[in-house]
Design a binder for this molecule. Structure first.
Ligand SMILES: [Mn+2]
Length: 391
């Protein structure tokens, strides 16, 4: 059994108003060639296939065209839903895709069989416990009266039970072949980037790599940086393209996993970079100097400025970038400097803020005296935001 593990494609992402269509197209073409060349017989995509619950048509087209072509030479394709995916969107073509050897697991509820047997020439060679992003309603019910802390531990507990039961069912099928688990979650001690959305409100799961030690390989999604967690066989593949400027320096990879007996040997394979994201930091003069030296005009650029007068700096940097025909997507005030001047900090543009911060600024205008009320408003806004995102 030879497995290729990838995740977090985020097809259809609109990045500060820019489409990622060309990059995704190039990635899927590369992936298809890699699967063929490496003679992969099991492809695992561990969640966040699409960026939003209502992906644009071109993203759906990329997805279906890819699956149609790959299924002619890769006999087992396993797609699990992430927190960005709509269960309904992924589920709709489930039966149809089954005819192409594509297994789609969307919610992991009792109606979905997450245990997938992998055959090679009619011989059982592995089992995948295809666990998607586990939504609240699947892992815990009627916990509304409990406190946040209890909710969190109940959630961690529920998720752990879900994996234990999947492992048990896999082991009942065979004791001699490798058992792989998939997951879409944050494990303790893993590296995060700016583009992963918090999955569970205020929740940090009490799940570390040690919990997964029974599985022979764990194919994780959700975090966008390729990494091992704790041991060799528990890994995130990371996203195939940088999804935020904070990922601009991390080499994007897929993991190729080969087994000798139950032992997983993992090779990290570099994905070619199809478009550079560039972060330029410094004082106005040095930023402008660096902009003048950018040779790859296709790059997308974010600037962090250190300047006494950020408003003027913002204007002159944007004007120079325009003359140079560069794509400057955001100008921000250097974070260190921003926090130093916290009391006088004014955002120079919306680039600076996320929706929660915008709401925070709006609440500030009300000059509320009741601190608790302010806290409560922000918390509720966070809950509403996550519910909207989960639609
Ligand atoms: Mn993701």
């Amino acid at each position: 059994m030879k497995v290729l593990h990838t995740s977090d494609w985020h097809l259809g992402q609109s990045f500060m108003g820019k489409s990622r269509q060309d990059e995704h197209k190039a990635f899927l073409k590369w992936l298809m060639q890699t699967i063929e060349q490496e003679k992969i017989n099991t492809l695992i995509v561990a969640g966040d296939i699409f960026d939003t619950t209502t992906p644009p048509n071109y993203a759906l087209e990329l997805y279906y065209n890819f699956l149609t072509k790959v299924s002619s030479f890769c006999k087992n394709i396993i797609i699990t839903a992430g927190n960005h995916d709509s269960v309904a969107t992924l589920k709709a073509p489930k039966q149809l895709l089954r005819a192409l050897n594509v297994h789609v697991i969307t919610s992991g509820d009792e109606e979905e069989d997450e245990i997938i047997a992998i055959y090679d020439e009619k011989k059982l060679c592995g089992i995948v416990c295809a666990v998607p992003f586990l939504r609240d309603y699947v892992v815990r019910k009627s916990l509304s009266a409990q406190t946040m802390d209890d909710k969190e531990s109940a959630l961690s507990l529920g998720i752990k039970e879900h994996y234990k039961s999947a492992y048990k069912r896999a082991k009942e099928l065979s004791k001699d072949v490798p058992i792989i688990a998939t997951g879409h979650l944050t494990t303790l001690g893993a590296k995060t980037s700016e583009s992963e959305r918090e999955i569970y409100i205020g929740g940090t799961l009490d799940i570390d790599s040690n919990f997964f030690k029974d599985f022979d390989y764990v194919a994780l999604g959700h975090l966008h940086i390729n990494q091992r967690v704790g041991c060799e066989s528990v890994r995130y593949s990371g996203s195939p393209i940088p999804l935020s400027f904070s990922e601009s320096n991390s080499q994007k990879k897929v993991n190729i996993v080969e087994f000798s007996g139950l032992d997983a040997k993992v090779k990290e394979l570099d994905i070619p970079l199809f478009r550079k994201l560039l972060v330029i930091r410094g004082e106005t003069a040095s930023v402008i100097n660096e902009l003048e030296n950018v040779t790859d005009k296709e790059s997308w650029i974010e600037v962090h400025i250190k300047d006494e007068n950020p408003f003027n700096a913002n204007e002159s940097i944007r004007a120079r970038a325009k003359e140079l025909e560069l794509t400057l997507l955001a100008v921000k005030i250097d974070r260190e400097q921003a926090s130093l001047n916290a009391t006088t900090f004014n955002a120079i543009s919306l680039d600076e803020l996320n929706p929660l911060e915008v709401f925070g600024k709006r609440v500030e205008l009300e000059s509320l005296e009741d601190q608790e009320l302010t806290k409560e408003l922000l918390k509720n806004f966070k809950v509403v935001m996550s519910e909207v995102e989960a639609l």
